[in-house]
Design a protein around this ligand. Structure first.
Ligand code: FEO
Ligand code: CA
Ligand code: CA
Ligand code: CA
Length: 623
């Protein structure tokens, strides 16, 4: 028995109501602190935050738009499994909002990258700042008096950005798909983009996903399937998301986002740059000189994140990953080599089998291997190698007959029984004809959470049994079944559990299911979404289906990223893109827009930040 965690009610707090206020609200008996908002200095010369920070400053500061996150304890004494007062916080920065990061663009509406272009170019240092605000942050944090956490200057503190050299590993390494001017032998690439959720390997390294990377590129109409199935901008005149390719300096590190620039062959141009993105990446946060790796055996798509099944000595390593786009798929990777605690490393992720899920309407499911030469992944169907199958993972999954899902976001594995949960955030494009089985709602505005148990309790199994844990929605106010929320018993959700668009997901060691919401910026507090208020976080009991609202966030944001210290007495969550709903008119008027967390609008734009939560009586979070 663990003396740190005496048995406690799974959900012991009083649910809070929905909120439209520009603040964090937590249950009675809990307190919180804001930590590491965008621009917090962590390394180098520790430049303090200012809207006028340079691109170089940004590389020494916390990035923008915090997302997936883990707390890596500095080693401590048993039974704590590492310190609960000192550790590395490692977090993703999904994207940036130029209108909140450059004095020249403050409050501006960003409908496309073209808005940022002036006289045909983008100011080079603005581009550098935006690229350095992407990626991940590694920062040592420590608990002081009164539960207050602070940043520790430390040689492990590090930024990985859209410019950091990274190695390409796995079956795609060296293939013709990833040979570029930068790396003619196809073994290296520069940087990472749109890092959404994360993963933690059984060997204690951090994985970061590349989700909506396609939008950062343009190809001018030369649109091979490696680009087209992922949505690279193929307009002859269009720009990338932020028009980085138009940086005034014309340096290679910027213009590479224009994949239409052609040389004699791929090693003389940028045609393959988009193929170097869409992967799961790995870094050892305890080795500040390690070169991050792109693990291509896990497939290429809009990776939301990755979640590992608990590793078992002598059995394969298994991890799950969702492709967050409408009608895309859920994948699982099974390593070829078995796990050995003493030798396990990222190399286990380079050889193995990638599977994609088929959910049958009768509650059964199968894992379909994506292996060159099998299941139609043949030359007759245009696949020429395993590297080709992996670069074109979406096409391969369609070919083998995988089940198109309602936008798979985060996954989680219940550490106590092995059940796997995935959020399916929403899919309003699903028609009545397509509404069946594991995605049974037409016009699924509010999303659902699916879960499954692998056959024989083995994560490497080829089949599974699934059910639906939650239909997100309201309390039936609309009278429409596709908008009504239901728990696992089929009971209509009460006010304490109303939610829409589940996204972030994590199951703690007591099996509390933590659910975070991401109602899109265009929908928040409007129409059928009004009843939910600002985005928020819930805790659920996986046996009874009970759900309680634990936290509500400020205006315009989503709540994403959640982890506790090993003793479960401190929780970290992220607030991403506060103020994202503000229109230029609202910005100008200074009304109804977020000023979180600083609430000093003349000095600070709204800033993404981490929030540290504790229970005033020192108890386990959630009890
Ligand atoms: Fe980046 Fe699918 O959320
Ligand atoms: Ca997400
Ligand atoms: Ca979002
Ligand atoms: Ca989302």
């Amino acid at each position: 028995e663990n003396p740190v965690n005496p048995p406690a009610a799974l959900l012991g707090f009083t649910a809070i109501p929905t909120s439209e206020s520009d603040d964090i609200i937590v249950p009675e008996g809990y307190s919180y602190q804001v930590l590491i908002p965008w621009g917090t200095p962590i390394a180098g010369s520790f430049p303090s935050f200012s809207i006028n920070n340079s691109g170089d400053d940004q590389a020494m500061q916390i990035g923008m738009h915090h997302d997936g996150m883990h707390f890596f304890p500095i080693e401590g004494e048993e039974p704590f499994e590492g310190s609960s007062e000192d550790g590395l916080l490692v977090l993703n920065h999904e994207y940036v909002e130029p209108r909140y990061m450059h004095a020249s663009h403050l409050g501006q509406s960003l409908s496309s990258g073209a808005v940022l272009v002036n006289a045909g170019v983008r100011a080079t240092d603005e581009v550098l700042k935006e690229m350095n605000a992407h990626g991940i942050s590694i920062v040592r944090v420590r608990k002081g008096v009164n539960n207050e956490w602070s940043v520790q200057p430390d040689s492990l503190n590090r930024r990985i950005t859209a410019l950091t050299p990274m190695e390409i590993q796995g079956p795609v390494r060296g293939s013709s798909f990833v040979r570029t001017l930068y790396s003619p032998n196809g073994t290296m690439t520069r940087g990472t983009l749109n890092n959404c959720a994360h993963g933690v390997t059984p060997w204690n390294t951090y994985m970061f996903s590349e989700e909506n990377w396609a939008g950062y590129f343009r190809n001018g109409g030369d649109n091979p399937r490696e680009h087209s199935r992922y949505g690279v901008n193929s307009s002859p005149t269009g720009t990338g998301r932020y028009a980085w390719e138009l940086a005034e300096s014309g340096e290679d590190q910027y213009i590479r986002f224009d994949a239409s620039i052609k040389g004699a062959d791929a090693t003389a141009d940028y045609r393959n740059e988009p193929n170097c993105f869409g992967w799961m990446c790995e870094v050892d946060p305890f080795d500040p000189t390690s070169v991050p790796k792109k693990r291509t055996a896990l497939g290429r798509f809009a990776h939301e994140g990755v979640v590992f099944a608990p590793a078992v000595e002598g059995k394969p390593v298994v991890c799950y990953s969702g492709d967050d786009s409408t009608f895309q798929f859920i994948y699982k990777f099974v390593s070829a080599e078995n796990y050995n605690r003493n030798t396990a490393s990222g190399a286990l992720l380079d050889t193995g089998t990638l599977y994609v899920a088929r959910f049958n309407a009768d509650g059964s499911g199968e894992w379909l291997p994506l292996v060159y030469g099998q299941n139609g992944l043949t030359n007759a169907n245009g696949f020429t190698s395993q590297a080709d199958v992996l670069v074109n993972t979406r096409l391969a999954a369609t070919t083998v007959g995988a089940t198109p899902m309602d936008r798979p976001e985060w996954g989680a594995v219940d550490p106590n029984n092995g059940d796997v949960y995935f959020t399916l955030t929403n899919n309003s494009a699903r028609t009545e004809d397509q509404a069946t089985g594991a995605n049974p709602r037409a016009v699924n505005r509010h999303g659902h959470i699916i879960r499954w148990a692998e056959a024989d309790g083995e994560h490497a199994s080829n089949s599974f049994e699934w059910d639906i844990f939650l239909f997100a929605g309201d309390g039936g106010e609309s009278g429409q079944d596709n908008l009504t929320g239901r728990d696992l018993n089929g009971d209509v959700l009460g006010e304490e559990a109303y939610m829409s668009s589940p996204d972030g997901l994590w199951i703690d060691k007591d099996s509390r299911v933590w659910i975070q919401t991401d109602i899109g910026e265009g929908s928040q507090n409007n129409g059928v979404f009004e009843i939910f208020g600002n985005n928020q976080m819930f805790a659920a009991n996986p046996e009874t289906g009970e759900i309680r609202r634990f936290l509500t966030g400020p205006i315009g944001q989503e709540i994403t990223g959640v982890i506790t210290t090993p003793d479960q007495r401190t929780m970290f969550i992220n607030v991403q893109h506060p103020g994202a709903t503000a229109t230029p008119a609202e910005w100008a008027a200074g009304e109804t827009r977020s000023t979180w967390p600083d609430h000093m609008p003349s000095l600070y734009p709204p800033r993404s930040a981490t929030v540290v939560i504790w229970k005033d009586d020192g108890g386990v979070i959630g009890t």
